[in-house]
Design a protein around this ligand. Sequence first.
Ligand code: UDP
Length: 362
Amino acid sequence: MKTIVTVVGARPQFIKVAPVSRALRKTGRVREILVHTGQHFDTNMSDVFFAELDIAKPDYLLEVNGGGHGAMTGGMLQKLEPLLQELKPDVVLVYGDTNSTLAGALAAAKLHVPVAHVEAGLRSFNRAMPEEVNRIIADHLAITLFSTTDVSTQNLMREGVSMDKIHQVGDVMLDAALLFAERAKSQSTMLDQLGLRTGEFVLATIHRAENTDNNENLTALVDGLEAVASQMPVVLPLHPRTRNALAHAGKAFDAVKTVEPLGYLDMLALESQAAVIATDSGGVQKEAFFYEVPCIVLREETEWVELIELGWNRLAPPCSGDIAGAITEAIGRRGQPAQPYGDGNAAGRIAEILASNAHSTW
Ligand code: UDP
């Protein structure tokens, strides 16, 4: 039996863990120990995903949250190091690009424990983003890199990562969306609860620091979404960071329907029925594509460049000053058909590679 310690802490990581943990269990050759750093801790940013997505309860809760990047990452490192020394895993598995990813990868690498990174090779080429720094470091500490697309594999090769470390497996977010599509359809009543009709509303999410912590961007987003909401319903599940930023800046939405962060099933239900999705989220950009819903990316650049090239998604940075125009113009737009994210079995491939000794340097 191989022991894998999975380190997660933030909403998108819980969603990515769901199909992978399930696939690891299925191999029967791996014992997975789940460590939750505590980065996201509210019921609707954490617990709901464990309850809805059949993820085992975390084996360890580190309860590190809040503070600046240094305090948070340092707090996690301090708790992870003795834990990994005690657990002596064969591999530490990390996901994506949060402070939990960075801390997990760094703590393991310093203890000479092999690191595996899911969603490797993603790049925005904007180092002002904390996520970009986290993902670059995690990739260069990892000895097993699970890339999602041709573009992410090429990014890694360009940075000198040797091909024998890279496994292009597809995107586990596609696996999750397929795995839970039926449940979302049959269980979610969110459309009715919000009085929305299929194809007649815009779904928006905002949480990137470059938008929440920049007054001009935040103002442009509030004004732009309010302008759209005067013509058609706009729903915005409010990330805690955005809620705080709005309060701090003394701004509020009025016509836009703001709701608490949603569970994954409700989120999938809204995404699949929206006319347009406007978002600065990485995951939501792709989920829009999975449901063939046109998407406006509220940023200056994106990691998911293939969706721009295929014509499904378009960039509309807040500083462009025409968020509302970009959103209304997107209604009914379609891109080219393609499958850049694999076949929905990325998790199965990851589990097989981790369970076997398919890695060259173990
Ligand atoms: N999500 C959710 N409820 C919400 C907003 C997002 O379940 O209210 C899901 C969404 O469907 C996607 C993931 O959270 O699977 C994306 O996470 P987030 O936007 O926080 O992070 P990012 O993808 O930008 O790293």
